[in-house]
Design a protein around this ligand. Structure first.
Ligand SMILES: Nc1nc2c(c(=O)[nH]1)N=C([C@H](O)[C@H](O)COP(=O)(O)OP(=O)(O)OP(=O)(O)O)CN2
Ligand SMILES: [Zn+2]
Length: 121
Protein backbone atom coordinates (compact mmCIF):
# COMPACT_ATOMS: atom_id res chain seq x y z
CA UNK A 1 0.00 0.00 0.00
CA UNK A 2 1.19 3.52 -0.81
CA UNK A 3 0.22 6.70 0.99
CA UNK A 4 0.37 10.29 -0.14
CA UNK A 5 0.46 13.04 2.50
CA UNK A 6 -0.62 16.59 1.72
CA UNK A 7 -0.82 19.43 4.21
CA UNK A 8 -2.62 22.72 3.79
CA UNK A 9 -4.40 25.33 5.88
CA UNK A 10 -7.25 27.80 5.96
CA UNK A 11 -8.45 30.57 8.24
CA UNK A 12 -12.04 30.74 9.42
CA UNK A 13 -14.29 31.96 12.22
CA UNK A 14 -16.68 29.89 14.27
CA UNK A 15 -18.44 29.60 17.57
CA UNK A 16 -19.51 26.45 19.33
CA UNK A 17 -23.15 25.96 20.12
CA UNK A 18 -24.26 24.29 23.35
CA UNK A 19 -20.80 24.90 24.77
CA UNK A 20 -20.24 26.43 28.16
CA UNK A 21 -17.11 28.54 27.88
CA UNK A 22 -15.28 31.09 25.78
CA UNK A 23 -15.63 29.04 22.59
CA UNK A 24 -19.33 29.82 22.64
CA UNK A 25 -18.30 33.31 21.49
CA UNK A 26 -17.27 34.19 17.94
CA UNK A 27 -13.55 33.57 17.40
CA UNK A 28 -11.21 32.28 14.70
CA UNK A 29 -8.49 29.72 14.01
CA UNK A 30 -5.85 29.09 11.42
CA UNK A 31 -6.75 25.44 10.85
CA UNK A 32 -4.05 23.14 9.53
CA UNK A 33 -5.24 20.15 7.52
CA UNK A 34 -3.41 16.92 6.72
CA UNK A 35 -4.87 14.63 4.07
CA UNK A 36 -3.61 11.08 3.64
CA UNK A 37 -4.52 9.34 0.37
CA UNK A 38 -3.84 5.68 -0.30
CA UNK A 39 -3.50 3.42 -3.28
CA UNK A 40 -2.46 -0.17 -3.79
CA UNK A 41 -0.86 0.65 -7.11
CA UNK A 42 1.18 3.36 -8.74
CA UNK A 43 0.37 4.87 -12.12
CA UNK A 44 2.76 4.55 -15.05
CA UNK A 45 4.68 7.58 -13.74
CA UNK A 46 5.29 5.82 -10.44
CA UNK A 47 2.82 8.01 -8.52
CA UNK A 48 -0.27 7.42 -6.37
CA UNK A 49 -1.34 10.60 -8.13
CA UNK A 50 0.46 13.81 -9.04
CA UNK A 51 0.96 16.03 -5.96
CA UNK A 52 -0.03 18.96 -8.17
CA UNK A 53 -3.43 17.42 -8.94
CA UNK A 54 -3.95 16.40 -5.31
CA UNK A 55 -3.12 19.93 -4.12
CA UNK A 56 -5.50 21.43 -6.68
CA UNK A 57 -8.40 19.15 -5.65
CA UNK A 58 -7.78 19.74 -1.95
CA UNK A 59 -7.28 23.48 -2.51
CA UNK A 60 -10.65 23.79 -4.27
CA UNK A 61 -12.33 22.22 -1.24
CA UNK A 62 -10.41 24.42 1.21
CA UNK A 63 -11.47 27.55 -0.67
CA UNK A 64 -15.03 26.84 0.40
CA UNK A 65 -14.00 27.15 4.05
CA UNK A 66 -11.33 29.85 3.85
CA UNK A 67 -12.23 33.21 5.42
CA UNK A 68 -15.82 32.27 6.13
CA UNK A 69 -17.93 32.07 9.25
CA UNK A 70 -18.29 28.28 9.45
CA UNK A 71 -21.57 28.38 11.37
CA UNK A 72 -23.24 29.96 8.34
CA UNK A 73 -22.40 27.03 6.04
CA UNK A 74 -25.07 24.41 5.36
CA UNK A 75 -22.52 21.76 6.48
CA UNK A 76 -22.80 23.10 10.02
CA UNK A 77 -26.52 23.77 10.17
CA UNK A 78 -27.08 20.54 12.09
CA UNK A 79 -23.66 19.80 13.55
CA UNK A 80 -21.28 22.00 15.51
CA UNK A 81 -18.24 23.37 13.63
CA UNK A 82 -15.77 21.43 15.77
CA UNK A 83 -12.41 20.20 14.55
CA UNK A 84 -13.82 16.66 14.55
CA UNK A 85 -16.72 17.61 12.29
CA UNK A 86 -14.45 19.62 10.00
CA UNK A 87 -12.28 16.54 9.46
CA UNK A 88 -15.36 14.43 8.72
CA UNK A 89 -16.79 16.92 6.23
CA UNK A 90 -13.44 17.35 4.46
CA UNK A 91 -13.10 13.54 4.30
CA UNK A 92 -16.53 13.27 2.67
CA UNK A 93 -15.85 15.99 0.13
CA UNK A 94 -12.49 14.53 -0.84
CA UNK A 95 -13.96 11.17 -1.76
CA UNK A 96 -15.30 12.68 -4.96
CA UNK A 97 -12.96 13.65 -7.74
CA UNK A 98 -10.00 11.40 -6.95
CA UNK A 99 -8.59 9.15 -9.70
CA UNK A 100 -9.69 5.51 -9.81
CA UNK A 101 -7.98 3.44 -7.14
CA UNK A 102 -7.03 6.44 -4.97
CA UNK A 103 -8.87 6.53 -1.63
CA UNK A 104 -8.93 8.95 1.26
CA UNK A 105 -7.23 7.24 4.19
CA UNK A 106 -7.57 9.93 6.84
CA UNK A 107 -8.11 13.64 7.31
CA UNK A 108 -6.62 15.35 10.36
CA UNK A 109 -7.41 18.95 11.21
CA UNK A 110 -5.65 21.04 13.88
CA UNK A 111 -7.17 24.15 15.35
CA UNK A 112 -3.90 24.96 17.11
CA UNK A 113 -0.36 23.57 17.18
CA UNK A 114 -1.34 21.17 19.95
CA UNK A 115 -4.99 20.23 19.34
CA UNK A 116 -6.28 18.28 16.36
CA UNK A 117 -8.84 15.66 15.39
CA UNK A 118 -8.90 12.97 12.71
CA UNK A 119 -11.64 11.25 10.74
CA UNK A 120 -11.26 7.95 8.87
CA UNK A 121 -13.40 4.92 8.04
N1 LIG B 1 -12.74 18.07 21.08
C1 LIG B 1 -12.83 19.40 20.80
N2 LIG B 1 -12.74 20.27 21.80
C2 LIG B 1 -12.81 21.59 21.54
C3 LIG B 1 -12.96 22.04 20.23
C4 LIG B 1 -13.06 21.09 19.18
O1 LIG B 1 -13.20 21.42 17.99
N3 LIG B 1 -12.99 19.78 19.51
N4 LIG B 1 -12.98 23.34 19.99
C5 LIG B 1 -12.86 24.26 20.93
C6 LIG B 1 -12.86 25.71 20.54
O2 LIG B 1 -12.78 25.83 19.14
C7 LIG B 1 -11.80 26.62 21.16
O3 LIG B 1 -11.50 27.68 20.26
C8 LIG B 1 -10.54 26.01 21.54
O4 LIG B 1 -10.49 26.04 22.90
P1 LIG B 1 -9.16 26.05 23.74
O5 LIG B 1 -8.44 24.76 23.53
O6 LIG B 1 -9.56 26.42 25.10
O7 LIG B 1 -8.36 27.21 23.00
P2 LIG B 1 -7.07 27.97 23.41
O8 LIG B 1 -6.27 28.11 22.16
O9 LIG B 1 -7.46 29.24 24.07
O10 LIG B 1 -6.34 26.99 24.40
P3 LIG B 1 -5.24 27.29 25.48
O11 LIG B 1 -4.47 25.98 25.56
O12 LIG B 1 -5.98 27.61 26.71
O13 LIG B 1 -4.40 28.42 24.97
C9 LIG B 1 -12.78 23.88 22.34
N5 LIG B 1 -12.72 22.46 22.55
ZN1 LIG C 1 -12.58 27.52 18.20
Amino acid sequence: MFELIIETDFAAAHNLREYKGQCERLHGHNWKVQVILRSEKLDKSGMVMDFRDAKRIIGEIMNRFDHVYLNELADFAEVNPTTENLSKILYGELRHGLPNGVKVEKVTTWESDRCGASYFE
